[in-house]
Design a protein around this ligand. Structure first.
Ligand code: GAL
Ligand code: MG
Length: 1000
């Protein structure tokens, strides 16, 4: 066998691979600035169709396969870049913490799948003066390279470039490139990130035709004086041999502001000064262009003058305390897996920008280098992370194990070096991260020290050093205390603790799995309150569902286990703010509101005084406009725009909004103040609403006069059924069930079954910390039991019924015992007051309310409450009170893993009706959580994929909840905060319902 078995040797990380260097594509002229690689004479993309032969065991590959003699005409064809698994090779597998193979470093399974890639290319311009390089931007997990049948090199480390000088192996005419890619190698022990495990040449491959004498590496540091008025660009040039180089710096307008021309031998440092440079920050990413010219090559770099510091525990950019409003992003595509088209990256970033994010953590490995170029240009702060995670070592018994092994130190360092060297010139990169969840030991300390030494202009981050590790408590080279999913209390204690001197960074918080997250607003209360808190990154950007299309063209999403794999972590990969196709979920809207760069606070509602706080770090609010409007019962009655509010970053000002509302009214009045975009930006149009706040205006509530009963009430008892009739309605109260079983108006029947009190909700992913407790107490099997139901008052204008009931599951004590008082008025209104006592031994309730089955076909929904989308008591920053007309399906929020969704917190009234407006109205002076669904609760609870949900074929389910517990982020984060739990032991709740025919 040709392959020397180096894939189980952590000391051999490469053979013949070029030293890591800064990313650039040499071009022949200044069009390098366009970053269109194809314009360069020196660049040749090798993406496209390659011949491919898959082997389930690498040992089946022999010398012939990699020789020029092998006949590949019958081989498969595979697009490069791509992943095997998205093309039907090997096995789709999603695993989180565990290694998908035994923990026996450096050994990997003998049966190690491998693929041979072959590409025949023509070369015609070989010359003495040139050298030919091949660059693989990303190959998982390790590979051997052959050129014309000769071994040319080996590399491991999946998400970092591998460059080889292949000049000696090339000839004029046809040349054969062969890559043998292995699924696993010792490096796989360092690549145990929580994700779909993909293999293959999944990023671009290209040839570079380079001058034999050339500039090989460039390291730019744009350093600012303390007062920011003086810029110094330090440029380290590394030449191969001795070469003449010309360095040109141009400002935004294209004017040359620096020029040096000289001979470079080995590595030399140049320096240029720029007076009063325009500064780079995420809000205004001003870039200078640096051209490095030598021989026939022009290299282009973006230069951003910015200063990153920590002063007195406060993280600063350009001397301003900056809060990182971030998100964790994986390279993840619903069809292409780990292969990300440029436009797809761009779309992600534009969507983030549109949702007020200023930071991305490249979790958990370096992304395509072009991703960083986009971040430089669009304005993002990037936490750039080494491709290093050993989470499964913890499962095996010692998370720190690999980090302590000296024979793995080179492998650890390699990953740091290749990250820093590649990305060192991107202004957007402000923090180097040593990786994720790999324990902490000497190997990490060495990584951090190396990074600090190589690049002192940026900060270092590593979360798993959090609690230190015995013998390796040294965290000196780490600039911040990084935490994931801490409780609010923990964060606040840290912030207050004066002995803690480093800023705290929440590298992961608010786990956005399924319905949620519900705790983001609370974290940001703290982050704004304490200067030592530098912000954080939500976990995570997108759901990693795999798109599948059925025969009828319907798209659905698969997760772990859906591909027949035995070791998997189910739907734990469906935990993003956007769906796999990047449709924003409620979580993203919530985050947009929480991250909004402005606050409006009501100072005096009587005088219309609103305090505006500018939460941008560098932008005057006059760059935006403020709009206000007053709505009466959801209808706009007054509005205006304030242009040019001159307000500096972080400053506050009280403005007067001249609204006019009556002293008392039957209507409710709300003021909404919004911040709007004045200009069209690549991510949003002029007029786009960046953020808003809504305030209820103090108008005394006049009680509307009730419709007088037109007719006296009549009752008739028929066994256990009490028939109550008025002029145009008939209700039947079932005294055995303790509920109405018929509610009809002009014989239009509004019920399709017997309503019931209920406390269960289809569990959301974020219920994880409490779910077993709920089940233990039978919450998922509750039935309403009626002890007694009786008529307590009966006259012409009012019938009053009293019902004693409980909610209980078999072989369990009742969870709730209550009394419901039902009053039927001669107008037709049914008022209920419920007093419920919750068993002292049970945990907080998912919800408490009435579940009402209405006939199918009651599809129209109109309500006055929060909208237009779902809201929960802890996730309501993005909704506003108003009058909404929608449908039952419009209320449904799709989660790939079905769960409670679509609730409307703080509803005043709601009507569920057919299209003609015939239906039922529910209202309460106290506000309630309202929901309606085509799916029965049991169906939502039991179904594992959204597309498998079966509609109830006879009923529409309506929920009038006294309260619905919050959503939190407990799928990975802390348990739901107490203030969002429905943990009252004595509940009293009242609302009204009545059949209606709507007059629109
Ligand atoms: C973190 C980890 C992430 C992801 C997340 C859970 O511990 O860093 O990679 O696994 O938990 O979704
Ligand atoms: Mg992990």
């Amino acid at each position: 066998m040709t392959l020397e078995k180096v894939w189980e040797n952590p000391q051999i990380l490469q053979i013949n691979r070029e030293k890591p260097r800064a990313y650039y594509i040499p071009c022949h002229d200044e069009s390098a600035k366009s970053r269109n690689r194809q314009l360069s004479d020196h660049f040749r993309l090798l993406n496209g169709e390659w011949k491919f032969s898959y082997f389930s065991n690498v040992n089946d590959i022999n010398d012939k396969h990699v020789s020029n003699e092998v006949d590949v005409s019958g081989w498969d064809r595979l697009l490069v870049p791509s992943c095997w698994q998205t093309n039907g090779y090997d096995q789709m597998q999603y695993v989180n913490v565990r290694y998908p193979f035994p923990f026996d470093p450096p050994h990997v399974p003998n049966e190690n799948p491998a693929g041979v890639y072959v590409k025949d290319i023509q070369i015609s311009d070989l010359s003495e003066r040139k050298e030919q390089f091949i660059v693989f931007e990303g190959v998982s997990a390790c590979f051997y390279l052959y050129v014309n049948g000769q071994f040319a090199g080996y590399s491991q480390g999946s998400r970092m470039p591998a460059e080889f000088n292949i000049t000696p192996y090339l000839k004029d005419g046809k040349n054969r490139l062969t890559a043998v890619v292995l699924k696993w190698g010792d490096g796989s022990y360092l690549e145990d990130q929580d994700m779909w495990r993909y293999t293959g040449i999944f990023r671009d491959v290209y040839l570079l035709s380079r001058d034999a004498i050339r500039i090989e590496d460039v390291f730019n540091r744009a350093v600012l004086s303390e007062d920011l008025t003086q810029g110094e660009l330090q440029i380290d040039l590394t030449a191969k041999g001795s070469c003449h180089a010309e360095v040109l710096l141009k400002d935004e307008r294209g004017e040359t502001v620096g020029h040096i021309a000289r001979e470079i031998n080995g590595t030399e440092s140049l320096s240029m000064t720029v007076d009063s440079p325009a500064l780079w920050n995420a809000e205004n990413p001003v870039l200078y262009d640096l051209y490095v010219k030598s021989g026939e090559e022009v290299l282009h770099f973006h230069i951003g003058f910015r200063r990153i510091t920590v002063e007195d525990g406060v993280f600063k950019i350009n001397n301003e305390a900056v809060k990182l409003k971030g998100v964790n992003r994986h390279d993840s595509h619903p069809k292409l897996g780990h292969t990300i088209p440029l436009n797809h990256m761009k779309k992600d970033l534009l969507l983030m920008k549109k949702h007020n994010m200023n930071t991305v953590r490249a979790s958990h490995y370096p992304n395509d280098p072009r991703f960083l170029t986009l971040c430089d240009q669009l304005g993002f702060y990037v936490i750039d992370e080494a491709d290093l995670e050993c989470h499964g070592a913890g499962e095996a018994g010692d998370i720190h194990w690999l980090s302590k092994q000296e024979d793995w130190q080179a492998a650890f360092l390699d990953r740091m070096e290749r990250l820093v060297e590649r990305d060192k010139n991107n202004p957007s990169v402000i923090i180097w991260s040593l990786g994720n969840e790999a324990g902490y030991g000497i190997n990490h300390i060495k990584m951090a020290e190396w990074a600090k030494k190589r690049d002192a202009t940026r900060l270092t981050h590593y979360e798993s050093a959090a609690e230190g590790y015995k013998g390796h408590e040294n965290t000196e080279a780490l600039d911040m205390e990084s935490r994931m999913y801490p409780t609010l209390q923990y964060v606040e204690e840290y912030a207050k603790n004066e002995s803690k001197t480093k800023p705290m960074f929440l590298c992961e918080y608010s786990h956005a799995m399924g319905n949620g997250p519900g705790d983001a607003a609370d974290y940001w209360e703290l982050i704004y309150k304490y200067p030592k808190l530098m912000g954080g990154c939500i976990w995570e950007w997108n759901d990693h569902g795999i798109s599948r299309t059925d025969d009828r063209g319907n798209v659905s999403y698969a997760y772990g286990g859906d591909f027949g794999e035995t070791i998997h972590d189910g739907n734990f990969c469906i935990d993003g703010l956007v769906k796999p196709d990047r449709t924003p979920s409620t979580g993203l809207k919530e985050i947009k509101a929480v991250y909004k760069p402005v606050r409006f606070k009501m100072k005096s509602a009587e005088e219309g005084l609103v305090e505006v706080t500018n939460l941008f770090d560098f932008t005057n609010l006059s760059d935006y406009e403020i709009q206000w409007m007053v709505e009466r019962d959801g209808e706009v009655v007054q509005q205006n725009v304030i242009y040019d509010l001159d307000l500096h970053p972080k400053a506050s000002k009280v403005i007067q909004i001249p609204y006019d509302v009556p002293e008392a009214s039957v209507s409710s009045y709300y003021l909404t103040v919004s911040l709007l975009q004045k200009k069209t930006e690549p991510w949003a149009e002029k007029g786009h609403e960046i953020g808003f706040e809504q305030f209820k205006l103090p108008v005394k509530k006049q009680i509307p006069e009730k419709r007088a009963g037109k007719h006296s009430l009549k009752t008739e008892k028929n066994g256990s059924k009490l028939v109550i009739s008025g002029l145009d309605f008939t209700y039947v109260f079932n005294l055995e069930a303790g509920q109405f079983e018929k509610v009809s108006l002009n014989d239009y029947e509004c019920l399709a079954g017997i309503p019931s009190f209920t406390a269960w909700r289809a569990p959301i992913d974020n219920d994880a910390p409490i779910l077993q407790e709920w089940k233990k107490h039978g919450f998922d099997k509750l039935n309403m039991h009626t002890y007694k139901a009786e008529v307590v008052q009966e006259d012409e204008s009012l019938i009053e019924l009293q019902v004693h009931f409980s909610l209980s599951a078999f072989s369990r004590f009742p969870v709730v015992k209550g009394t419901a008082n039902w009053k039927v008025h001669s107008s037709g209104a049914i008022a209920v007051t419920c007093q419920a006592d919750v068993n002292g031994e049970v945990p907080y309730l998912p919800r408490f309310g009435l579940e009402i089955p209405m006939p199918k076909g009651n599809d129209e929904v109109e309500y006055f409450g929060n909208g237009p989308h779902e809201s929960y008591m802890d996730m309501k920053s993005s909704v506003r009170k108003g009058r909404y007309l929608t449908t039952v399906q419009g209320m449904h929020e799709q989660y790939i893993y079905p769960q409670e969704n679509g609730s409307r917190y703080g509803t005043d009234w709601a009507i569920v009706s057919n299209e003609l407006g015939m239906g039922m109205k529910f209202s309460s002076n106290e506000g309630f959580s309202f929901n309606v669904s085509r799916y029965a609760l049991a169906e939502l609870t039991a179904t594992s994929h959204d597309h498998q949900l079966q509609e109830d074929n006879s009923r529409t389910w309506v929920y009038i909840d006294y309260k619905m517990s919050g959503v939190g982020s407990g799928a990975c984060g802390p348990a739901l905060a107490e203030n969002y739990q429905l943990n009252e032991k004595s509940i009293s709740f009242s609302f009204e319902m009545e059949p209606v025919f709507k007059e629109h």
